[in-house]
Design a protein around this ligand. Structure first.
Ligand SMILES: [Zn+2]
Length: 285
């Protein structure tokens, strides 16, 4: 953890310091070595938040985009007594979790249910294959028809979403932000790493991905606009799907009606010509 409680204040780790865990209250000691990022660790083995993963420079850089008051917030589900430390909680009750390690989809679902109004920010540089796969999908937008443009130039309809993003995240019920920049040391000749890619919760097999600048993401999550914009986007999209389904149904009905009219016309024509269309039908069997 980045913070411990000393004399009622949230304090960062410094050499030789001791403090208390803000979640379980147990004693923690500062770990200020050269290998891992400076952090606080429980003095004794404890069953404090098992969701917590050891932090990297990537975690810290992300968290530091937000006020220290919003970082590492201990949250309690009063119904179950379950307690977890959110990476960031804004004053608008939006939870932002930064995930570097792999997370099992079942575990992911548990966390989405616990935090509810949340966003995942995923370190998408952990596996080497993830970025080339994404670039291939995005670049071949016209040849392979994976990324389709929508009315909004920054939002794409993505077919074959599993060709673009890691499977574990595809069925998330909350927005997932893929960050391909990592620690910033990777080649970015295409200039694609600097943007973030937000996969919205899918509707059926329909997927939408937004290309967002880091600044817009940080600004809108900080000023409360994020949740409103996502809600509006999702509502409009659901509405659009309903209209589309209605249109398809109407088209289908028109085709059926046309077929029935044609069949009826054919039947009458044969009768008038003195041929029984029924006989022919019977012969067929
Ligand atoms: Zn603890």
């Amino acid at each position: 953890m980045k913070f411990a409680i000393i004399d009622g204040d949230k304090v960062e780790a410094t050499k030789g310091a001791t403090g208390f865990c803000q979640s379980c209250g147990a004693e923690v000691i500062a770990k200020c070595g050269t290998q891992k990022i400076w952090h606080w660790a429980h003095k004794r083995k404890t069953d404090c938040d098992h969701w917590w993963e050891s932090e990297t420079e990537w975690h810290r850089r992300w968290k530091n985009n937000y006020s220290a008051d919003w970082q590492e917030i201990s949250l309690l589900d009063e119904r179950t007594g379950e307690k977890h430390i959110a990476d960031v909680r804004t004053v608008y009750d939006l939870i932002i979790e930064f995930q570097h390690s792999r997370i099992d989809p079942q575990e992911r679902i548990k966390r989405e249910k616990f935090y509810k109004n949340m966003i995942w920010v995923v370190d998408a540089t952990r596996l080497k294959k993830d970025y080339p796969r994404f670039v291939k999908g995005k670049k071949n937008s016209f040849e392979n028809q994976i990324f389709y443009k929508t009315d909004n130039p920054k939002i794409f309809r993505v077919d074959l979403i599993d060709w673009c993003f890691p499977l574990d995240w595809l069925e998330s019920s909350v927005p997932v932000i893929f960050d391909f920049l990592g620690d910033g040391s990777l080649d970015d000749s295409d200039g694609l790493r600097n943007n973030l890619y937000c996969l919205f919760p899918q509707i059926g097999s329909d997927a939408r991905v937004a290309e967002i600048s880091r600044k817009v993401f940080i600004d809108t999550t900080t000023n409360g606009q994020w949740t409103l914009r996502v809600q509006k986007f999702m509502n409009d999209w659901i509405e659009q799907k309903k209209i589309q389904a209605q249109e398809w149904k109407e088209k289908e009905n028109q085709v059926l009606k046309k077929q029935r009219t044609q069949n009826g016309y054919e039947f009458s024509r044969k009768l008038l010509a003195g041929k029984s269309p029924l006989k022919r039908e019977r012969k067929r069997f």
